[in-house]
Write a protein that binds this ligand. Sequence first.
Ligand code: PMP
Length: 422
Amino acid sequence: AEARFIANNPLSKAQHDLAIGTLPGGNTRTLLHTSPFPLAMKQGKDSYVWDVDNHKYVDLVGELTAGLLGHSHPAIHATIQHTLTTTGLSLGATTAHEHAYAALLCARFHLDRVRMANSGTEANLHALAGARHHTGRRKVVVFSGGYHGAVLGFGEGTPGVNAVDREDFVVVPRYNDLGLARRVIGGVEGLAAVLVEAVQGAGGCIVGGREFLVGVREAAREKGAVFILDEVMTSRLAPGGLAGEMGLEPDMVTLGKYLGGGLAFGAFGGREEVMRVYDPRVPGSLPHSGTFNNNTLVMSVGKTALGEVYTPEVCVEFNEKADGFRERLKGVAKGSRLSFTGKGSLIGFHFTEDGTENITCGEDVKGKTRQDLKDLFWFEMLEAGFWVTRRGLIALILGTPEEDLDQFVEAVKAFLGRHKAI
Ligand code: PMP
């Protein structure tokens, strides 16, 4: 399969050979590196992408959830055009676009106050800074397999606590293990915050149990620490995010991805009592800067994305449909080494020695992952016309036609039929 990949993609290879001269490894997002070389895409339209060798793919990468609305949603394009001509680019000032989007974010995600940033990574870093300022403490509890941004990764496949001080982070070695979480949280001196995802996205689309998440919140509260729910990926799964759906009542929430309508975005918000640390009218408050925090294009397009396109009704219907899709995939993969996890439009796929479907934390599959099969799957799905991540995440796009999803189920069935030993 790899030999065919090389033969079929000469222009991607040529581009890679050039790129390694200027970018370490030839790209600027490590996640997108694939051996022997990554495919270079040249265009996206609706729910499809085309590579430089002119192959067309159904886009199941969905820009790692940021591409929820697809490549050419007319309302998104129209808003960008409109803002560009009527307001212009960043104005070095606060604008009505920013105020309107803040109001919408607060209403949808049950936040008293919100602040904007440029990425999910930034949102989490600012939330942690706020929690530290609020509590006057430093330590943060996170979970193994958790991913909170480029410098805040805590899993085997997602390490990267490199630009922040490792000593400040205490990692609970198993997600979804409340007893363990309680013991770890209880034992930390000077705890400022507990930071957790309601579904570990990059960690393999592993769904957190409600009892676990509520228990973690309570353990954080008992310590006087701030409970921060990272909804950078999960805010797409329910109209008020999973905090709303599961009734988690976090002190702070971090957001990002599709909420920038496809442009760079991050936000963090929560209870007034905590967010007050960012109020410049309060003596001793914490400065929060960022040249592009409130840039006009993102503020306006984000508001269109959330307010006009991804309405609560659309969100519910989309994720229900996605649940059905995952169930069909599970049915096809039954009895094989392939299994599917996730919730709604966030889908994870795993190849393990025993094909376990019961994955509650990264440690459940530790040492059992069959990377060779995952790689083979990736090569063969590309040949069948499906763009999926190499590592095992499928993030559905709102406008993907039902027939494309049907065909993907068929392609998975055919893959398992060709490789009966899997
Ligand atoms: N938190 C979570 C849960 C994420 O999935 C991501 C991105 N994959 C981030 C934070 C970081 O967001 P960004 O890539 O926009 O910095």
